[in-house]
Structure formats: C-alpha cells, structure tokens
Design a protein around this ligand. Structure first.
Ligand SMILES: Nc1ncnc2c1ncn2[C@@H]1O[C@H](COP(=O)(O)OP(=O)(O)OP(=O)(O)O)[C@@H](O)[C@H]1O
Length: 237
C-alpha cells in the first residue's frame, strides 16, 4: 500500500509543481503524527484514512480524547476506557496472525496516545507498552501498522527504541518547540524561527533530510468525516 501524505511545500510554493511525499507501508510500517493544537493532525490523519478505506483496508480506531473526529466510521472503535478494548482486539489479532504464521494488513489509528498511556498506573503502563513494543518491532513482518497521533511524544510515553520503529514522523503546525524538534527529528537542524503557513508541517522519512510538507487544502473538513462514515458503512456492513 502506498499512501500520499502531502506535497513538498517548497516546490509547490516556488514553482507550482506538486511533488508528492509517499508513505510506502511495506517499507516503513508505522507512522507518528504530532503537532500543535489546531495544526492539522486530524485533517492529515483523515486524509490518510480516506486512502486506506478506499483500498478497503482493515482499520481499528481508538480516540482517547473522544471528540467527534473518529466516531461512527469503523465498527472497531473505542474512546476513553474503550481504547483498551481496541488495543487488545488489535493485539490479539496480531498474536493470532503470528501463531498461524500468516500475514495480514491491519491498521490501528490511535488519537491522543500520549494522554492515554499517561493515564495508566505503573503496572498497566508496562503491560500496555509491552504490547505496543511487540507490534512496533514485529508488525512489519505480519502486516500490522500503527498510526499514533498526539500533540507530543516525550521519552516517557515512547522510549527511543520504540520511537525509532516509527520510520516516518510528522509534526503539523506553524512552529515547533525545541523539545519536539529534538524528540522527533534529533539528527536534523530545523530553523525554528520560521513560521510555516497553514496546512504545513515537518516530515522525516528514512534516509532523507526533514522536509516541509504541505497537506492539500480541504475546503470543507466536515465533508471529509462524512465521506469516511459513508465509506465505512459501504465497506463494513
Ligand atoms: N489541510 C487542511 N485543509 C483545510 N483546513 C485545515 C487543514 N488542516 C487544518 N485545517 C483547519 O484547521 C482546523 C484544525 O485542524 P485539525 O483539527 O486537523 O487540527 P489538530 O492538530 O487535530 O488539532 P487538535 O490538537 O486541537 O485536535 C480544522 O478544523 C480546519 O479548519
């Protein structure tokens, strides 16, 4: 599966040429989406899910913040404490696939993963991270993919080893803090004095310098959600 994430901002702005930035799922199993409030994380994520749904992929969604961005799209949906069920369903399916030595193609979209993980006590957190780590490291071989969305992913939430398994990292928003830049793009120099335009952010792909990415402008964001609900219904009924 090849997913379009957006376009190289500089080329689009300077010469009007839209050079796509792709997520090649078979090469890079997991995706991390971070960014400031209102930076466009949800719109970007919905843009991605729309492509997955068009290709009839198996999708589970957990939304810890329980907003109205993700409900009613897929049957495997959980919010607040219901996020545990979704993780467990995804993890059990993963273990089952490994046991049978099969390969599947499944995606777990988790919005506000950081808040969810930090809501756990020490024992629960360990159990959760054991599952996440297992999928992060082994998911690629068995077709299990994580798309994690949060304003911030600090070291307490995702340690370096797990974070490194997310081969593509995005930060949506006009400005990035030193902490986020160091966490997401440790090997790149980002000019934090620059204010990016709306619908833009930073992206790092394996073996490439950090690019400024521009997401297509969605004139009616609510329509995107309606489209996802419609696609979900026609596919999962
Ligand atoms: N690509 C886009 N096209 C059109 N509008 C956009 C786009 N990206 C962001 N916006 C506008 O910015 C608003 C905030 O975007 P979005 O909800 O995706 O941000 P967010 O990072 O998920 O915010 P939060 O952290 O508060 O959930 C949207 O409601 C929309 O109006």
């Amino acid at each position: 599966m090849i997913i379009k994430l957006g376009y190289v901002h500089e080329k689009w702005q300077q010469s009007g040429i839209k050079v796509p930035i792709y997520w090649k799922v078979e090469k890079v199993p997991h995706l991390l989406i971070s960014g400031e409030t209102g930076g466009g994380k949800t719109i970007l994520s919905q843009f991605i899910i729309n492509q997955l749904m068009s290709a009839h992929k198996d999708i589970l969604i957990a939304d810890y913040k329980a907003g109205s961005d993700w409900d009613n799209i897929v049957p495997d949906y959980g919010e607040y404490a219901g996020c545990d069920n979704i993780i467990n369903t995804f993890y059990n399916s993963f273990v089952n696939t490994i046991t049978k030595k099969e390969v599947a193609e499944k995606y777990l979209i988790f919005d506000e993963f950081s808040s969810f993980s930090l809501s756990k006590d020490t024992r629960e957190f360990k159990e959760l991270m054991a599952k996440i780590s297992h999928i992060a490291f082994m998911g690629r071989s068995f077709g299990y993919h994580l798309i994690f969305i949060s304003q911030q992913f600090n070291a307490k939430v995702l340690d370096t080893a797990i974070r490194d398994q997310f081969g593509i990292k995005l930060y949506m928003g006009s400005t990035i803090s030193t902490e986020s830049a160091n966490m997401l793009f440790p090997n790149s120099e980002i000019n934090k004095g620059i204010h990016l335009p709306k619908c833009c952010g930073y992206v790092s792909l394996p073996e490439r310098e950090v690019d400024v990415i521009q997401i297509p402008y969605i004139s009616k964001p609510q329509r995107l959600k309606e489209l996802l609900i419609k696609k979900g219904k026609s596919y999962f009924d």
